[in-house]
Structure formats: C-alpha cells, structure tokens
Design a protein around this ligand. Sequence first.
Ligand code: GLC
Length: 565
Amino acid sequence: MTNSTLPGQASDAPVTRDATWWRHGVVYQVYPRSFADANGDGTGDIGGIRSRLPYLHQLGVNAIWVSPWYPSPLNDGGYDVADYRDIDPRFGTLADAEALIAEAHALDIRVLVDIVPNHTSHVHPWFQAALAAEPGSPERDRYLFREGKGADGEEPPTNWTCVFGGPAWRRVPDGQWYLHLFDFTQPDLNWANEEVRAEFDDIFRFWLARGVDGFRIDVSHGMVKDLTFPDVPTIEELLETSKAIDHPHWDRDGVHEINRRWRRVLDESDRDVMMVAEAWVSAESQPLYLRTDEYHQVFNFEFLVTPWDRVAAGAAIDRAVSAAQAVGSAPTWTLSNHDVMRHASRYGLPADINWRTWPLTGPYEALDPELGLRRARAGSLLLMALPGSIYLYQGEELGLPEVWDLPAEVLDDPVWEDSGHTQKGRDGCRVPLPWVTDGPSFGFGDGDAWLPQPKWFGEMSVEAQTGIPGSTIELYRAALAARAEYMSHDESLEWLDLGDAVLAFRRGSGVICIINYGEATVELPAGELIVASTDVTAGLPTDACAWLLPDAACPGADLRWRASS
Ligand code: GLC
C-alpha cells in the first residue's frame, strides 16, 4: 500500500468547509474489527473500511467515527491502547489510516477517531515501566498506585468497583495496588500528573496533523479521582444523608479543566474540528460539558435507554432539545452502539425485562423479533427526523438484531469473565457485518470471521436488501436523503397535537414526523408522503413512523403528553 498523503497534508483534501457540520451531522460508527475484512484474516481492517467508503457515501453519512484502531492486545476490543500514535497491524498501518482519511474527505465524509484518556493498556510502555519501577517513582506516578489497607496492606485501598465487575484494584508483586475502573488490563492514568496531560495534548495534535475532523472521547467523565481515596458511600450511608454525594471518581469538577485544555488544542486547528464526549452524567451535569470552551457535543444516552413509550420518548426528546439549546449546542441522538444490545432486539423485549442481563437469564420466549424490527425501523425514522446530529451504529441500517445466543466459548468481551459470568457482555452487537447473501463470512472477508455469524445473517445482508422496496437499508437511504433535503441546518422542532396515541412534530421546512405508539391505526393528515417505516396507504399503523409535507396547517401542541405521565 502506498502512502497517498503525507502527514499534515491530508487537511488539504476537499472536504466541504462548514464550521458547524457537527450540529446536524449523520455520523456512522465503524467498529473496525467487525466492519469489513480486506486481508481475509477474520478481523476487520482499514482496507475493509476503505473499500466500503462508496457504500457509506451512498447511504448518506457525513462522517464516520472509528472505534480504536491503535496497537492493542484487544482485551477490551481496542479500548485498551498500547500506543496512541500508531495502528494495530491487524487493522493496517498509519499510511492506510492516512489514505482512508484522504479518501473519505474526497467523498465529503469526515473522520472522527476515538481517544481513550482514562486508562491505557497494561502492555503500554508507561505501565510496563511503572511495574518495573519502585513504589513512589515518577514511572508509578503516571498511574494510580497505592498501598492497601489492613495490617499487611492485603486489602484494596478503597471499596471502588470495576465497571465490568469485581474490585477496581489489583495487587502487584511488591504489594502495591493499582486502580483500574475497567478491566485489570486497563490501568487508570493519573490525570493530576502534568506529563500525562501533556502527552494527550500531543496525541490530539498527532491525529489533527493526519487530517482527522474530530474526536470521540471515551469515559470523559472518569479521568479525575479524589486523591484522598475515600470509599464510595454504601446505599445505607447514602440513605442516612441528605447531602448530594461528591463521587470520588465520576464526574468530578476537575474534568472541566481538562476539557478546556483539549478544546484549546482543537481550536489551534484551522479546520472544522470537534469533540464529542462519552459522559454518563446526570441531566444537570451535562450542560457543564457543553460550555463554549469545552465539548462541542455530549452523547445523549437518555434517549437510547428510554423504553418504547410515547410519554417517555416525548419527554426525553424535549429535555435533550431544551438542554442543548440552553447552552447553544445541538442535541445528539443514538439508539445503538458497540456497548449496548442492538435496538432491533431491545424493542422486541417487554419493558419490564432488563436487556443487559436477559441474554444470560432469559426468558428467551419473551423476545418478539418482528415487533423489535418494526419498532426499530419506526424509532430510527423518528431519530433521523430530530434536530441535531445523529450517531448510527454499523449494521443498524440492515435492521440487525443482537446475536444474543453466542456460545460462552466464543465470548471475547472482558465483561463475561469480570462479572463472574453474570453478564454475557457486548459481543452480540459486535458480530461481523453480512455484506452478501452467502459465501464465507457473508462477504465480511473471505474466511471465517473472528466471531461466528448466525446462519440467517445472509438474509439481512447489504446484498439481500439493496434495491428491495421496503427493506431497512432502503428506508435508511431514503430517510437520510430526505433529511439532507428538508432538515439540514435547521434546528427547530415544534410539537403538534395529532391525538393521544402519537408523537408528532414539525421541522422548519414544514415536514412533519408522526410516530404511532398506540394500538390502533391512525389517520395521517393529507399531504405528500416523504418516507414511512411501513405501508401507510390505509393510515399509520401501530409502531410505525412517517414523514410528510401536509397540505394544511396542523395544530401546535402544548406538550400535553407530559401531563399524562
Ligand atoms: C467506553 C467504551 C467501551 C469500553 C469502556 C472502557 O465505555 O465505549 O467499549 O469498554 O469505555 O474503555
């Protein structure tokens, strides 16, 4: 492979200038291991992404967000980085990454990379140096090493727990413990250390010089810890106090100073670059991340976890739009990503079932796949009508469900082991994509894929759906084209009153979006139909969504759905 662009020159590629592209962008998440495998080793790669850029262009996306592609032992799918300035050989080379960025730009597709600042991999040279060094050394100070409690320090320094399960501390041979909020192969960095801060400034500059258009920041609410290391209060202690708790490691005030530092680095660029935070924080806290000198955007996970319910969905939309507008940002919308059960399965489970534990515990007969797909199509069409930017996850345009029945022996997600086999983990949404109807790995590569694909994957492939009226891929294509035509650069949303069973709103162009959460088919206003999630010739059926340009004005609403909650 030749290097078609030189470092720093990719910025000259002809991506259209638009300083606010991210406010209304359609961002497609590529999970590189599972997208497309060009070299046939069973693992997706940059060559695969490059070969599918025309597909993404035709789908109508404005940007791709590439999950980590750096050298990594892949203990957590690449969110365990060993070198932030290179590409894992299984994915390709730095030259391949530069070529991808240039080719994407030529198609007017921007590229976001994933930065993982909370922790490194345990094989990162810094952590290896820390293990080799003495307690109290500068090498150890880049991480969070502490003495344990108890007579011989045999108990962990705090009661903090690992997000994937078990304690968040691991002991090293000389007796000290190190902190890992995720798997033990992901030691937490010490963000009070200036060397750590400076290193990440430089990592941002490195990727900006290669032409990237933005960054998705992993666990952006977790970097700052209370260095007095108090225990996290127990539920009983919390019940006894009326004080809001100052959590020792989530969403601490100190993260904002880091956000501002990064924003200054991004603002050095003369291109239209942005950063979006993965921050699982409260609704009150989110706007703080969106101040004009911090993040451009924060993922809105409330919409993702909202059950299929008219009042809940309306309230979640209203809250996100108002919260973003209040701080001059634009909302983000997403229904699936590499960490959650795909929405075509979530929506097929009864609301009282916990979809995180269900793949292990069942009851499996509770899943209604047809209902899930119907609602997923309607929910995706609703999402594509909303003001702000949307983040799509690879394969959702095929209506792919979760592969929830992967056998234990193929599970790769550390959640399976760390949770002591009480959570199956996230592999079910990471199964390599089916591109063609049959053949080896359904066109993902030319041999077996790193995770087994179910037999029925071919029927859902890109090939099987392309050009088929009513297929999910054609629904996405039509909706994204209509979104570009009628909704681009418009940030308004006006609620309409079209009855108690539906949510309905109008966008600035006059296009209205209606989704039916009720049990009966409802009449649609007369007008020009733009796109619908199902056949609407006899009205809008249950669990369906349509966009249309009405012939006459529709009545505005005063958010009555809130009152009925
Ligand atoms: C984020 C990623 C997730 C990863 C975790 C630790 O939540 O999205 O995949 O496991 O951070 O890096």
